[in-house]
Design a binder for this molecule. Structure first.
Ligand code: SF4
Ligand SMILES: [Zn+2]
Length: 123
């Protein structure tokens, strides 16, 4: 069972729980376990650290003073994800371009390998 922590009473709760069984805080929106309801823990507003506030794509009326929000996306987390994606795709691109540049070498190696197999099987 996945556990999460209640933002108000800090007790462990089932990550699927719609409300906290300890203090009754609403944890999910619309009574649906798949829709997390993000909640500001301190004095700050969620929008201050939200990706959609930073890139100006949010048009919720509660912006920029949202204390709870279903769409909140932490900006630091999405930055890290973006970096990982970039790194992954650049690694893939590097391998691909190396293969393209060294096609002749790869072909030669493959031929050598085949010769070796033939030599071994006939000896
Ligand atoms: S998605 Fe929610 S937290 Fe993010 S800017 Fe809009 S209202 Fe604020
Ligand atoms: Zn609680």
């Amino acid at each position: 069972m996945d556990t999460a922590t209640c933002p108000r009473c800090h007790q462990p709760v089932n990550s699927q729980a719609v409300t906290c069984p300890h203090c009754g805080t609403q944890l999910k929106a619309y009574g649906h376990p798949g829709i997390p309801l993000h909640r500001a823990t301190g004095k700050e507003y969620l929008c201050d650290t939200c990706t959609y506030h930073a890139d100006d794509t949010c048009n919720f009326p509660q912006r920029p003073f949202a204390k709870e929000c279903i769409l909140y996306q932490n900006i630091e987390e999405s930055k890290q994800e973006l970096q990982q994606q970039r790194y992954a795709s650049s690694f893939g691109a590097t391998v691909k371009s190396w293969m393209k540049r060294n096609q002749a070498l790869l072909l030669l190696l493959a031929l050598l390998f085949i010769c070796l197999i033939i030599a071994l099987s006939t000896s």
